[in-house]
Design a protein around this ligand. Sequence first.
Ligand code: ZN
Length: 378
Amino acid sequence: MSKEKISPNEIKLKNRQLIYQYVRKNNSVSKQDIVVALQLSLPTVTQNLDYLEKQKLIDTSCKIKNTGGRNATAFTYIKNAKMAIGVYSTVNHINAVAVDLSGMVTGVVKEKRRFNLDDDEYLKRIGEAVEEVKKQANILDEDLLGVGIAVPGLVSDDGETVLYGMTLNFTGKTREEIAKHIPYNSRLVHDSYAAGYAEIWNDHRVKNGFYISLSNSVGGSVIINQSIYEGDTQKGGEIGHMLVVPKGGKRCYCGRTGCFDTVCSACMLDQYTDGNLEKFFVLLKEGDKTAAQLWDEYLDYLAIAVYNMRILFDGVIIVGGYVGAYIGDYMEDLCDRVDQYNPFSDSARDYLIQCRYKREATAAGAAIFFIDDFLNSI
Ligand SMILES: [Zn+2]
């Protein structure tokens, strides 16, 4: 059996990462805690902590109270030492968020504007939204890791080109064109991929499964072994075009009829409330009959999708997107509907969960690409 040789430099980097991740996870630790927990020598730990402090990634200004003797220095990680920005360009809005190293959204800019990548004014607004959120979150140029731009379409692996943007007719657009007014590192990200990524990042409950994004269009992402599986041609998880109404279904934006998108996009609900989804859920709560009827139909179709995803992946199913943010009170009902189909003894209550990010999951996910890269490169 051959053993792969690890160079001293690789060991050094690995130790540094281990130490930084330990401080990150445990929030406030002493040097001794690190030595014991990671089984590393004191000089190794000291050297790496010095490095991380010099890089302004950890703080040493606090003490851990020690009743026995001298108070030890507390090493804490600085969440906003580096930041990333995420932009989500949707049919009617430009949303920009600032995200810190813990994945928390610390700034939000939202603007109503019709999607039009051929209009330079629109592209300028994207650039301005980035500057506004950067200012809001007090991000210095040297601390900004990059800007992730989520778009409602399929994106090439390198984040440079839109492979399929049929919803809004922008197939073939490049990052360079879209980020024309963004003077920072940037990349394009497929929107439902970004939202799924935000959900599973730093959450070890989800090993395998599926993230369903229920926004103005329906998408999803396949999660295998805690990473997103995109498929051979970046179309993995496109459940919006799964056929759920075999006969007499409505026409989908893809040109066919009966797609899942035609029955479970958020528009199916908020068309009743002039595009205001929050208002729809208020009416539903108040017992409005039309809202209740629309919701009943919606949940029936959603239950089919959840059931199918579970059968395929036998993992956690996350309900996200615009509708996912409001679905909390109705999860029990949804679980009951899913369980009706299930031939096995498990219950949807064991695997069906609501999304963690209630707002701006997609923009946050686009930013997290840069956070993740950074954390892997320390
Ligand atoms: Zn379709």
